[in-house]
Design a protein around this ligand. Structure first.
Ligand code: ADP
Length: 478
């Protein structure tokens, strides 16, 4: 099959979270199954700037330029192209400096216009390449305008009329709201959805409504989002899609996330020999400015600092942990950026527990790798979690996850087998699960070793899920 991927984030080119990991690794897994995949994303500032300077990704420019029609006129866009590292999968970057040459990926007033332009430009790119995919696979709200355009204005163009689409929900919490005039810009006519307040467009709802098939990134989250509690106002629409809504668990790029070959680690290790992990722990303690103590559990988090991630039940738990409520000593490190209130919370806790805790309030990909490798315990107390990659990466690196059993966390962490889980969203339940993990760590080394080994040898590769995607693609009929 010929599969077109559209995403606002693709690792390693641009990443704020799991969306990037998925769009950087699933195409490779599909390629390995014999399919032809091409990926399209915007050329953000570091990408276009990088191309013009030291060109770290070895990109090239397509000759000529695209002419992208919009309701505000026809605008030119350049196209850079390269490959997903370690694969022959082509990646195309839509280059429009005014829209994408900015400091951050998201967070601008005109985001709906930026991604509407990106989505519309994709069709001009396909025409320029003279490439006709069998399925258009759009990820999250930023690429949903492509599905809406395809299902409306695109239908009058014979080139696109029979192109089926799959829409993947990576996070229902970010829906992409825009004023109705965005449809003038996209030059399409449509009616309002029940989920759209008068005068407003909801791109997440549009993706769900217009795509031929819809999926999300774990079976449990696929069930949860059809309920009012998790549906973020779209549960009725999701229920209406009935059998067209699938749950396919994310995998991780096991070639990249591998403690036996990860180039940034102090020492390599594998499931049968954890000596290298002890060295990584000492290295992490040194970087964190914490005492290098072998038998004190090093607890960690790597996360976006948003309400989704369960941070309002975390502060008290960390305080108990570092006040030795489990009966013995512990250390804690956190790496994350996001909401000011949570940055302040961790900054405050780190100030109080100066000799036991360090908070890195930034984004740092290599430090994240060192944390997964150096940590004994990894926390993900999420309020909701579409899939979650952190817990899978942690298990692969022998850090035992303590997670709330919701969404993909429930599908990937087995209580007392690969980690520890709790259900009720409360500080008390979170503490009970962490305390349970700590008691095993302190008092039953053999069992701890078994739990580590179960996680390290579990199969989190993409292959099975890539096959599930192929089945869904095959079921997409325009
Ligand atoms: P989400 O997509 O909701 O952010 P996931 O668990 O699916 O959550 O994916 C998070 C990814 O982003 C993981 O690869 C994690 O290591 C990475 N990550 C999150 N915050 C940071 C940070 N501050 N620095 C480096 N990597 C981070």
């Amino acid at each position: 099959m010929k599969i077109l991927f559209l995403s606002a984030e693709v690792a390693p080119f641009a990443k704020t979270g799991g969306l990037a990991d998925v769009c950087g690794s699933l195409p490779k897994a599909l390629h390995a199954l014999g399919h032809e995949v091409r990926v399209v994303m915007p050329a953000y500032r570091p990408i276009e700037h990088g191309y013009h300077t030291d060109n770290p990704f070895g990109l090239a420019a397509l000759p000529g330029e695209l002419r992208v029609p919009t309701g505000a006129g026809t605008f030119p866009a350049g196209v850079l192209h390269g490959r997903l590292p370690g694969s022959p999968v082509p990646v195309y970057f839509i280059a429009e400096w005014n829209l994408f040459g900015r400091e951050k990926i998201y967070g601008y007033e005109d985001d709906p216009y930026r991604f509407a332009f990106f989505s519309r430009a994709v069709f001009e790119l396909l025409a320029a390449l003279d490439w006709h995919p069998d399925v258009l696979h759009a990820h999250d709200w930023h690429a949903a305008p492509a599905i809406t355009w395809l299902a409306t204005a695109g239908q009058s163009d014979p080139r696109w009329r029979n192109l089926p689409s799959l829409y993947t929900i990576h996070n229902l919490a970010y829906q992409g709201q825009a004023r109705w005039e965005i449809f003038d810009y996209l030059q399409l006519l449509t009616h309002s959805l029940a989920e759209e307040p008068y005068g407003w467009v909801n791109f997440m709802a549009r993706g769900i409504y217009h795509a031929n098939q819809v999926n999300t990134v774990s079976p449990t989250y696929a069930r949860e989002i059809t309920t009012p509690e998790f549906g973020e106002g779209l549960d009725r629409l999701l229920r209406a899609r009935g059998p067209d809504l699938h749950g396919i668990l994310n995998g991780i790029d096991t070639g990249f996330w591998n403690p036996a070959s990860d180039p940034v680690l102090a020492q390599h290790y594998h499931a049968d020999d954890l000596a290298g992990k002890a060295a990584c722990k000492r290295d992490l303690q040194a970087r964190a400015g914490l005492p290098q103590r072998e038998n004190v559990p090093l607890v960690a988090m790597v996360t976006r600092l948003t309400g989704q991630k369960g941070l309002d039940i975390t502060g008290h738990v960390i305080h108990k942990l570092l006040n030795n409520h489990a009966g013995d000593e512990a250390q804690f490190v956190v790496l994350g950026t996001g909401d000011a209130e949570y940055e302040a919370m961790f900054g405050h806790l780190a100030g109080y527990h100066r000799r036991k805790m360090t908070a890195w309030l930034k984004y740092d990909a290599q430090l994240a790798q060192r944390i997964y490798a150096g940590a004994d315990i990894f926390l993900m107390p999420s309020r909701f979690e579409p899939c979650g990659l952190g817990q899978m990466i942690a298990m692969r690196y022998g850090a035992v996850p303590v997670v709330r059993a919701t969404g993909g966390l429930a599908d990937t962490v087995q209580h007392e087998h690969t980690g520890f889980t709790f259900t009720e969203y409360s500080t008390a339940a979170f503490w009970r699960a962490l305390d349970q993990a700590l008691q095993v760590y302190y008092h039953d080394k053999t069992r701890w070793r078994e739990i580590q080994r179960n996680g390290m040898t579990a199969d989190f590769s993409w292959e099975k899920s890539a096959r599930a995607y192929v089945r869904v693609y095959a079921g997409c009929k325009a």
